[in-house]
Structure formats: C-alpha cells, structure tokens
Design a protein around this ligand. Structure first.
Ligand code: SF4
Length: 293
C-alpha cells in the first residue's frame, strides 16, 4: 500500500527523488496572483496520528529513503514543536535519511523566533525553498505576494543565520515589459542582500485558472515579455548579481525559454558569455509546447 496523496502534490525539481509527506494541505496564504497550485485546497494541518501512520507505513516500504520533502506549500506554518516532533520521528524511522526539507514563506520565517528555527534545524529540517519571485515592491504589491523586498531579505537572512540551506526562486517576466528593468534591478538587489545558497529562475506562464485574477490585480495593462526579452532579463540579472558567498544558479526549469546554469561568483562571466552566445543562437530556445510553469 502506498500513501494516499491529496492531489495535486508539488515539490521543487531538486526534490524529484524525495519521499513526500503531506504534513499540511494547501497554502495558508494562497493569494499570490500568479500561483494556481493550491486554489482547490483549503489549508489544513494533519494530526500527529495521521502523520505518524504515514511515516510508519513508508518506513516499512522504503526504509532506505535518504531525502524527505514535507508538503504542501506551507509546512513551515506548523508550530516549531510540532515540526520538531515530526522531523525527529522521521529520522528515527528512516536510518539512512540525509535531509528533510520544505517550502517556506517569508512571513512564516519571520513569525518564528530564531530559537524555534534553530530547534527545527537541529532536529534535521535542513533545507528551505523560498519564493522571492521579485525584489520590486511595485511588483510584489501587484502580485499580492504578502511580502516586501525588506521582509524577504530579513526572512532569507534569518533562515541562513539559523543554519538552514536556502534555495530561492525568482520569476522572469513577472513585471511584464513595463517593469522589466525595475524587476531585474530590484531582484538582483534582494538576491545580493539575501545571498541564498541556491537561486533558480522560472519564467512567468499564466495558467488559465489564475490568468484573469493576475491581470486584474496587476492594475494596468500587462504586456508579457518575449523570449528575447526573457534572455535580456536573464543577462541583466546575472550581470547585476554580486554575491560573495558561493551560490548555485539554475535557469533550467521547464518554464524558461533558455537554459543556463553555473555557480556565483566564479562562473559569472562564463554564464554571461553563454547568454551572449544564446542571443546569437535563438534556435536553442525551448519550444513553447514544451514549457510548463
Ligand atoms: S506562491 Fe507560495 S505562498 Fe504564494 S500562493 Fe502559491 S504556494 Fe502560497
């Protein structure tokens, strides 16, 4: 018998081989205008009996599991004590486990005390995935992210200072043509101040379920960027990123028109060269039919 997931289940691409436990369902915020992941789910937290039964079941079936991802979109919203109870039990149940990770919102990182975050990290919750989306306050307001550039920076720094490995996402094209320059300039500023361990890009694709809401909340005409402009945003972002600590960068998600990857700061110039090469070789674009957000 396998787990009975409440579909849909989302996880970061790098957790593709992880065992997933849904300790929460949905997203307690559920208002970002570009995101249709949990629109059909009401946020709830599973009881200890439910979580324990699922861990016990999978510990018998997949005892050699090395990575576990706690879903859905907002597992860090549960209390620190409950998270510690879950994570400690997971490590007891899977002797080869190397890491447990989950998504984190700026606001649920800021709500937790540093001691609580440290306790969760010491229990073995090692990695957090956080959506910066944009560093521009204008755009963050238009997409109803429920965060500002400053709260994002504070939450990222808090996660890193309490021991977590932090992986962040930004979304190319989120300000359309009108705010393209503002989006990239402010996003690079937030990335530089946050200095996460990993940074990935998506490129905005408006899914049917949220398209109208996104356009309405945007509050003015939205002009999507072209593939060429996405490459310019990528170039300008890479050019303006200036981190001292090592940061792995990936723009290879299936929503992106072009793929690049490298490590800041050492491979910044190589990445810029690759982008310049891609500008001369647009035939390397990912066909639209093969893209998904
Ligand atoms: S982007 Fe994250 S925080 Fe925003 S609605 Fe979607 S799951 Fe919730």
């Amino acid at each position: 018998m396998m787990l009975n997931y409440a579909e849909p289940v989302y996880r970061p691409p790098s957790e593709a081989k992880s065992l997933i436990f849904q300790v929460t369902l949905g997203c307690s915020f559920n208002q970002c205008s570009f995101c249709d992941m949990y629109r059909n789910k009401e946020y709830s937290e599973k009881t200890w009996d439910e979580v324990k039964a699922e861990i016990d079941l999978m510990a018998k079936q997949l005892p050699d599991t090395t990575r576990i991802f706690l879903a859905d979109g907002d597992a860090l919203n549960i209390s620190a004590d409950y998270m510690v109870q879950i994570v400690e039990y997971i490590y007891k149940s899977f002797p080869k486990l190397e890491r447990v990770s989950c998504y984190a919102m700026p606001m649920n990182l800021l709500k937790k005390k540093p001691e609580e975050l440290k306790k969760m990290h010491e229990a073995g919750l090692k990695m957090l995935y956080l959506g910066i989306e944009s560093g521009s306050d204008i755009i963050l307001k238009k997409i109803t992210k429920g965060a500002t550039a400053e709260t994002i920076i504070k939450s990222c720094r808090k996660a890193i200072e309490t021991g977590f490995t932090l992986s962040c996402i930004i979304i190319l094209g989120l300000g359309g043509k009108t705010y393209s320059e503002e989006h990239i300039k402010e996003t690079a500023r937030v990335v530089n101040a946050s200095s996460p361990h990993y940074l990935g890009t998506l490129t905005l694709i408006l899914e049917t379920g949220v398209k109208q809401e996104f356009l309405t909340k945007f509050g003015e005409e939205f002009h999507p960027i072209s593939d060429e402009e996405a490459l310019i945003e990528l170039h300008n972002l890479v050019e303006q990123i200036d981190v001292k600590e090592k940061m792995l960068f990936r723009a290879n998600h299936g929503s992106n028109a072009y793929n690049i990857a490298g490590t800041f700061p050492d491979e910044k110039n190589a990445m810029l060269e690759k982008i310049s090469w891609l500008k001369e070789h647009p035939e390397n674009v990912r066909p639209e039919g093969f893209r998904a957000f």
